[in-house]
Design a protein around this ligand. Sequence first.
Ligand SMILES: [Zn+2]
Length: 497
Amino acid sequence: MKVYSAGGPKGPVGPNAMTFAGLRQLKGGRALLGLVQVCREMRPSLVKIDGLVDQFRNAPDIRVRYASLLLLDHLLANHSHLKQAPALAPVRSALQKVAEKREKMRYDLLTAMLPKTDLHVHLDGSVRLSTVLDLANRGSISLKQVLADAKSNPAKAAVLKSVPQLKSEPTLEQLSALSQIRGVQPDFLKMLFLGFDFALAVLQTREGLQRAAFELMEDSYREGVMYLSAIIAPCLHQTGTLTYDEIVDATVSGLEEGKKRFGLGWELSLAIYRGVYTKMFPQHPINTMMCAERWSRRFPNQIGIDVVGAEFETPLSAYANVYHRLRQTPVILRAHAGEMPGQAFNITTAASLGIKRVGHGIHLGELSAEEQRRIIDYGMLFEVSPVSNLKCLCVSQDPELNRLGNHQLAGLLDWATLCTDDRTVMMTNNVTQLQQLEADLKLVLFGEGGVSLVPMKLFHNSLRGIGDQLAARQLRAEGQFILQGINGLMELLRDQG
Ligand SMILES: [Zn+2]
C-alpha cells in the first residue's frame, strides 16, 4: 500500500516524483496541474489527506484553492471513513454546507477556474456597492443628495421623475434597488444614470479611485481573470481637486497593487465621452488624449484611449484627430463602435482609423458581406458583453427579440472576447455571464472529456488584443496548463472509487 504524506519531518514521502513540498514551489497553472497529477497518483490508496488540507486550502493561487476545495469535497463524499479525520475538523462544517449544493458548487468553481481575460470593464460601473457606502460614509458624501441632484439635472429629470427622493442615506438594499439593472427592464435608464452617479460621487478622491481599482482586480481574480483592461473617463472625476494625472496615478496604483497581490496583468484606457459631455467639457478629448500619451511612456502598451457613450449622439469620425495623433505612440487604440443598433458604420470608421479593438461591435451584421469580410481580415477584436448588451436593449430594439438567446456573439465567436462592461450596474461577473451564455445561447463550457472548445476559443481570441504581446504569450502558455489541470481535475471528480 502506498502511503502518502505531505513530506518533511512528518513522515515518508510517496513514490511520486512530485511531492506536495515540491508542489509548493510551483505557481499558477503549473501548480494546479501538479496538484492534479499528484492526486491522480495517490488515488488508488488514499490514506492521508491532511497534507492536502493543510497545504492547499490556503494556497496562494486561487485555482489551486478551488481545486483543493473540490477534491476535499469529493473525498468526503466518496470516502466515508475520512469524514472523521481530525485534520478536517476546521473545515468540516464549511464542507458539509457546500456539500449540500455539490453540483452547483462544482459548476461555479470549475467555471471560475477557466482561463479568462476581461478586456473591457468600466471602473465606475464596477465599484462594489458596499464600497460606495463605505467611501460615502468616510468622506461625508450624501448619496441622498446625489439622487436629489440627479433628479434636478435637466438631462436626467424626465427619466428619474418617478424615483422618489430618499428620506435618509440609503441602505445597501436601497442602493441596489436604485442602481442595479435586474433582468431586462424598460426603465433601465434610471438605474444606469444612478448607478454611475453614486459611484462617481465617491470616485473623486485618490483613496476612492485606488481602492475601487484594487477591488476590481481582486473581484476579477476570484473569477479566474488573468488580465484585465479597465476604463476610466478622467473628465468625470474632476468635481474634487484631482488633476487628470492624479486621477490616472491613483487608479494605476490600485491596479499595480492588485497585480502585486494577485498576479493579474492590467491595462487602463482613458475614455473620451461622446455627445453631451463633449459639449460640457469641450477640452476633454484633447486633454484625455495628451494624458494617455504621457502615461503610455511610463507604461507602454498598457495605456489605451477609448471613445465611449451613446453612439447615436456623435459618430466616431468626430474624434479622428485623436486617433491620428496617437497612431505612432504605444497607446492602445480602442473605441465603442457598433454597440447600438444602426451604428455599425462606426466599426468601419474604427478600422479606417487604425483601431483594432472595438467595444461590442455586435451589429457588424448590418454592414455588407464584403465590408464585414474586410473588417474581419483587418484583424478586429470584438469586446463583447452580452449581459450588458441585453440590459441596455442593444441586442435588438424589438423587446420580443432582445433576448440572450438571440445575442450576436454566436456569429462572432472567432473574433470576440467576453467582457463584463459594468459589473455592478449590470449585475454580472465573469462567472455568471459565462453560465448564462451556456444556458441561453447553448455555449457549452464543459463536455464529457473536460473543458469544451468555446471558452478556450474566447480566451485565445482575447490574447491577440492585449497590448503587451509578451504578457499575451505568457498567458497562452499559462492557459494550457490550466486547461490540462481542469481536465485532470474533472477526471478525478468523476472517479467514485
Ligand atoms: Zn463599455
